[in-house]
Design a protein around this ligand. Structure first.
Ligand SMILES: [Zn+2]
Length: 245
């Protein structure tokens, strides 16, 4: 796929697939993604922190379960909170105005998860505790993992809680894994970066074992990677997973 999309296009695309009204957003529907997901009535959006487009290419041999149609998306912010707010709302940062978790409570722009809840579509979120707390009043199924120095353990808890919440059959679920981003910030070796990618790949594989065939699994980055591996990585990867049997 050669056309360049944006992270703000993800929410309107998922909204179209699942049937959630999402008027007034900045993004547009990605037709190729709708085609791929046309048989899906549920979706899981897995945000892999710092999964830039070229970073995904470099790490893809360590992520054998993150395979499928790959779309190159323009990033909208260099930092996690505004970027994830854009992914979930379909709006640019200057529209949603969310720079910190506290802003989630005051922003007039709602996420696709909140819009889903409002029309009776059950949604779920498994993210860092402070972010989860900010969304807890608005979303039925919300679990947070406290930030940790041991980021591999943190991601393992995200996986466990995600599998726990899948038992409640959410129609839309969002998860956030962070090990690649943390290792990049800590200036770890490329081999260590690869081990972070392998651990996230294993989490995604296990999560996919707990979903049915009608669940579309979408993996995306939130912003290009920071630090010495950034090089010319300016865009973000978006992968619609082929089903793992
Ligand atoms: Zn991030």
């Amino acid at each position: 796929m050669t056309e360049l999309y944006s992270l703000v296009d993800i929410a309107p695309t998922i909204a179209k697939v699942i049937g959630i009204p999402l008027p007034g957003v900045d993004g547009n529907v990605i037709p190729e993604l709708v085609d791929r997901l046309q048989r899906c009535d549920r979706a899981i959006l897995i945000i892999v922190d710092s999964l830039g487009y070229l970073t995904y290419q470099r790490l893809s041999s360590c992520m054998p379960h993150v395979r499928g149609a790959t779309i190159r998306c323009r990033a909208v912010a260099n930092h996690t909170t505004p970027a994830i707010a854009s992914i979930l709302s379909g709006c640019y940062p200057h529209t949603h105005g969310i720079l910190t978790n506290a802003d989630v409570l005051t922003s007039s722009i709602e996420s696709i998860l909140e819009r889903a809840e409002e029309c009776g579509i059950r949604s779920a979120v498994v993210i860092e505790s402070k972010g989860a707390a900010a969304m807890k009043t608005k979303i039925d199924l919300s679990l947070g993992v406290p930030d940790s120095r041991d980021i591999l353990d943190y991601d393992a808890k995200i996986r466990k809680y995600s599998i726990d919440l899948l038992k409640h059959k959410p129609v839309l679920m969002t998860i956030h894994f962070r090990a690649i981003d943390r290792y990049a910030h800590e200036k770890r070796s490329f081999d260590e970066l690869k081990s972070a990618a392998e651990s996230i790949d294993d989490h995604i594989k296990e999560i996919c074992r707990h979903i049915d065939r009608n669940t579309g699994v979408i993996v995306c980055g939130d912003h290009p990677i920071h630090g010495r591996y950034a090089e010319d990585d300016q865009d973000v990867a978006l992968v619609i997973l082929d089903h793992i049997e």
